[in-house]
Design a protein around this ligand. Structure first.
Ligand code: SAH
Ligand code: SF4
Length: 343
């Protein structure tokens, strides 16, 4: 069989692989050893590198499985140390991950879909709609290809790449379930960002009450939000009560993401409206300097507007941070590189 048509070991989260070991009469401990190689030695990318496996078994595995469901095509590094990995899926679509070094740890940003059906007007990922969902195995393989030399021990995982994670909930859930037991990433180190898919928020609270939730708000009122996110899955007036329920159930502070767009949502008037909207709700606000994407209709806020906005919120005791602008020189926001290749 052609390598490309063989199942990868992470397919259906290792079930066919485990069954194959049983059916082929191989020792069960070999399967466990392979899992150790997979989860603990991300630099290993082929069966031939499995030092403690007999040659005959490596050959049999090569005949029946592909080691990974994707291949690392390219790594782009920026002067700030962030890296963007371009990963080619087996049907030719492209996904990407970004790894950002922080003090004492790294953050890896993963995608959940190829493209995105929501089509926010400032986002590259949604420009050409949804191509397809990623599988749980593809998410695991893309994380594996992006693990820094330090491994997963000092890693934060953010699901903020291409796609809307809660529109691919089952695969996301299966993937998140192996993050802790497999890769060893503690739940509190994982953040999932959604544009406001209410059933997803409810399920996430039940399934992963210790993980973190970020919600893309981008505007303090429905009218402006609709302009920026024409296919927003929920209205602010339903989203906020759903997030208050989430907080009551999990006691985890929700982070609102707010991309700062020049002369669109960055005036003191919007800062005031945002304060009023979130008054009384214990939460965080993360202002994201817009990633200026070539040909895009929006521009990042001027430095002074950003400062004015932050100060206005801080003076009113809001918990506000400004995202360090990372990755700009390696291809802008998640989605940008892959978008060029998927269309
Ligand atoms: N679909 C999810 C998660 C992926 S996007 C969501 O929208 O939340 C992750 C974050 O990056 C979102 O807050 C998104 O609005 C933001 N983003 C998208 N394009 C951007 C750009 N050009 N500049 C800055 N932030 C952007
Ligand atoms: Fe999709 Fe999120 Fe991009 Fe909007 S910002 S198009 S929801 S990936």
């Amino acid at each position: 069989m052609e390598e490309a048509s063989l199942p990868s070991i992470s397919e259906e989260l290792f079930k066919p692989l485990e069954n194959w070991f049983i059916e082929a009469g191989e020792k069960p401990y070999r399967f466990r050893q392979l899992m150790d190689w997979y989860f603990k030695r991300p630099e290993v990318r082929s069966f031939d590198e499995l030092a403690n496996f007999p040659k005959a078994l490596k050959e049999k595995l090569n005949e029946n499985f592909a080691f990974l469901s994707l291949s690392l095509e390219d790594v782009n590094s920026a002067p700030d140390g962030s890296k963007k990995q371009t990963l080619i899926l087996r049907d030719g679509f492209v996904t990407e991950t970004v790894t950002m070094p922080m003090e004492g740890y790294s953050t890896v940003c993963l995608s959940t879909q190829v493209g995105c059906p929501v089509g926010c007007r400032f986002c590259f990922s949604g420009r050409h709609g949804l191509k397809r969902n990623l599988t749980a195995g593809e998410m695991a393989d893309s994380l594996r290809c992006s693990l820094p030399a330090s491994g997963a021990e000092s890693l934060n995982l953010v699901i903020m790449g291409m796609g809307e994670p809660f529109y691919n909930y089952e695969a996301l859930k299966a993937f998140l379930n192996i993050c802790k037991g497999g890769f060893g990433i503690g739940s509190r180190r994982v953040t999932v960002s959604t544009v406001g898919v209410l059933p997803g928020i409810e399920r996430f609270a039940q399934d992963f009450p210790q993980m973190n939730l970020a919600v893309s708000l981008h505007a303090p009122n429905e009218e402006l939000r609709r302009k920026l996110i024409p296919r927003a899955p929920s209205e602010i007036k339903e989203l906020l009560p759903s997030l208050k329920k989430y907080f009551a159930a999990t006691k985890r502070l929700v982070t609102f993401e707010y991309a700062m767009i020049r002369d669109v949502n960055d005036s003191v008037m919007e800062a005031k409206e945002l304060c009023e909207l979130l008054r009384g709700f214990d939460c965080k606000v993360n202002l994201i300097p817009l990633n200026d994407v070539p040909g895009g209709e929006f521009k990042p806020s001027a430095k002074e507007s950003l400062e004015r906005f932050v100060n206005y919120l801080r003076e009113r005791d809001m918990n506000v941070t400004v995202r360090r602008s990372l990755g700009g020189t390696v291809g802008g926001a998640c989605g940008q590189l892959a978008d060029k290749r998927n269309n």
